[in-house]
Design a protein around this ligand. Structure first.
Ligand SMILES: Nc1ncnc2c1ncn2[C@@H]1O[C@H](COP(=O)(O)OP(=O)(O)OP(=O)(O)O)[C@@H](O)[C@H]1O
Ligand SMILES: [Mg+2]
Length: 298
């Protein structure tokens, strides 16, 4: 399906898949793309699982304020890349430069302080909690003053609770979720739950937001809304966004630059126009690059 959509995007033909349309929102012309200071860089990063190579010598630079898409066929290594940046996976080689620091593996306990937040490919909400409580989970700083509050009897914990609540309510407003704040998250439609996840990731106003398929499984209307919210997040908060997405229409309309992975290797990197015209990308999506000699070579 993805193959078809990219090939057709390259040929400028509408995709045939029922229920999955493209979003042709125009991309702003004057964006800080390659000229922006680099907030995140992967240098020669490789990651293996037993005999499987998930990432092979991947270089990637993400500029401050950029919306950077990562695309590629299933199993190409997209989630692995985000998992490396968010410290869940430790690369076997290479370096990750993040917010001015260099790591061989990103320490998860420092993610919040480094200004990194993420969402997951599969929904990871607390379905029994309210929408507001789910969003509050994105504000972790309460732990410290909570301890001080208990030990020293200060009002800091209460003050911090109030501030967190205010931030969470503001984020619910921003993402048009305010009317749902007391609803149990698990009872809401899938597209709304994905938006709650975005709210939880964005509430601490991260410098870098990693979104693993934020629009998977959404209707066209929900995708249009989500596209707008992601762009608004960048424009309002200056958030740098790395986005994995299969819908090529979304990618072309929303991203400043697109990196393409295939079998763990980066096979193309450039503006949406450059990437959609790249023969290696078209071949990878059509499957013609993977002849029998390539089978299993990762
Ligand atoms: N925890 C893991 N243990 C073993 N193998 C893994 C693990 N995570 C990823 N892999 C393997 O690494 C490769 C890349 O997987 P990854 O999930 O990064 O792909 P992807 O591009 O996100 O695919 P999809 O579009 O299906 O989400 C695959 O071969 C996958 O099976
Ligand atoms: Mg994935």
């Amino acid at each position: 399906m993805l193959q078809d959509s990219l090939a057709l995007a390259a040929l400028d033909v509408a995709p045939p898949r029922p229920g999955v349309g493209t979003i042709a929102a125009p991309r702003p012309e004057s964006l800080p793309v390659a000229a922006a200071p680099v907030l995140l860089a992967l240098d020669d990063v490789s990651l293996t699982f037993g005999g499987v190579t998930a990432l092979a010598n991947v270089d990637l630079a993400v500029g401050e304020g950029e919306i950077r898409a990562i695309i590629g066929p299933n199993g190409a290594g997209k989630s692995s890349l985000i998992n490396v940046v968010s410290g869940l996976y430790r690369p076997v080689r290479g370096r990750i430069r993040l917010a001015g620091e260099t790591f061989s593996a990103v320490p998860t306990e420092r993610l919040a302080r480094l200004g990194v937040a993420r969402t997951f490919q599969n929904l990871a909400l607390f379905k029994g909690l309210t929408v507001l409580d789910n969003v509050l989970m994105g504000l972790t700083s309460g732990v410290r003053s909570g301890l001080f509050g208990q030990v020293l009897g200060l009002s800091a914990a209460r003050r911090e609770d109030a501030e967190n609540r205010e931030s969470a309510l503001a984020m619910l407003d921003f993402l048009h979720l305010a009317g749902l704040r007391d609803r149990s998250a698990g009872t809401l439609p899938y597209g709304v739950q994905k938006r709650i996840e975005l709210a939880r990731a964005l509430v601490a106003q991260p410098r870098l937001l990693l979104l693993d398929e934020p629009m998977a499984g959404m209707t066209l209307t929900e995708k249009c809304e989500m596209t707008g919210f992601i762009r608004d997040a960048r424009d309002t908060y200056g958030t740098t966004i790395v986005l994995i997405e299969h819908d090529i229409g979304v990618v072309m309309g929303l991203s400043d630059r697109v990196a393409v992975l295939d079998y763990g290797r980066k096979i193309a990197d450039g503006t949406p126009d450059e990437v959609s015209a790249d023969q290696a990308v078209i071949d990878a999506y059509l499957g013609v690059a993977h002849d029998e000699d390539d089978e299993g070579k990762l």
